[in-house]
Design a protein around this ligand. Structure first.
Ligand code: DGL
Length: 271
């Protein structure tokens, strides 16, 4: 039994997909969420910047006395693997768990991953996938327009700006006849309906966020570290009011006045 909260963080709204998944799996846990909206988007930062930011974000999480952390961010999970592994508390990313599920989905037809530019350029998704499914084709698509669109509320299946971006990003997935698609950026769970409406039922959608949450939940159960009162605390390094408005819409519950201000941390422009 361990009543300390679970820490979850991302650059913004994306990690809320993990909050939703964890809540379903572990209704009694206390969750502490940090959206680093002051430094968003992570997907356009350099690898060096991302590694420093990962260290800083993890220190910030640890300062709350959390029992474990879910790095609900494909960009940090793929660019700062050693930082996550060397942290002095249990830390879970979304890369390996997501890729494991992708490798098992959709038989032997090509698979695909959509993620941020920094995630795709790291090569980590492709390396992890080919280690598990050597010989199976993987289509990797960087989608730089999606996080800014999602953060500014363009998430509906009929949204014209989102439709235009998805037309471009899904073209190579369709051309290859992919049977499974990994949402390698946690933000993409917020446009799952728009994605499945365009791809149809023949393409299995796998959310890295869900898989990471499931792995963390299984770890806590196994170690006997479960416990809490189902409380949730939210922090944002950008505007708490803006975060509360968007997060309320996604989670389907009112968070107005419940999001606290997190410090705005440095980005190291020169890295
Ligand atoms: N949601 C994050 C990810 O999973 C980061 C997106 C961003 O800030 O670019 O990659």
């Amino acid at each position: 039994m361990d009543n300390r909260p679970i820490g979850i963080f991302d650059s913004g709204l994306g990690g809320l997909t993990a909050v939703r998944a964890l809540r379903r799996l572990m209704p009694r846990e206390d969750l502490l969420y940090f959206g680093d909206t002051g430094r968003l988007p992570y997907g356009e930062k350099s690898r060096e910047q991302l590694r420093r930011m990962a260290r800083q974000d993890l220190d910030y999480m640890a300062s709350f006395g959390v029992k474990a952390v879910l790095v609900a961010c494909g960009t940090l999970s793929s660019n700062a693997e050693e930082v996550l592994e060397s942290a002095p508390l249990p830390v879970f990313g979304v890369l390996k768990a997501g890729v494991r599920a992708l490798a098992q989905a959709g038989g032997s037809a090509p698979a695909a991953v959509l993620a941020t530019r920094a995630s795709i350029e790291s090569g980590s998704f492709a390396r992890a996938f080919h280690a598990l499914a050597p010989g199976r084709e993987l289509i990797s698509v960087p989608c730089p327009a999606l996080v800014p669109l999602i953060e500014s509320g363009h998430t509906g299946p009929g949204d014209p700006l989102l439709a235009e971006a998805l037309e471009e990003y899904l073209a190579p997935v369709r051309r290859a006849g992919a049977s499974a698609l990994l949402l390698g950026c946690t933000h993409y769970g917020l446009i799952r309906r728009a994605l499945s409406a365009r791809l149809g039922e023949r393409v299995a959608l796998v959310e890295a966020s869900d898989r990471g949450a499931a792995e963390l939940a299984a770890f806590l159960e196994r170690q006997g570290l479960t416990g809490g009162q189902g409380r949730e605390t939210f922090y944002a390094s950008g505007s708490p009011e803006d975060f509360a408005a968007s997060a309320s819409a996604f989670l389907g519950r009112e968070l107005e006045g419940q999001v606290r201000q997190a410090p705005r941390m440095e980005v190291w422009e020169k890295c």
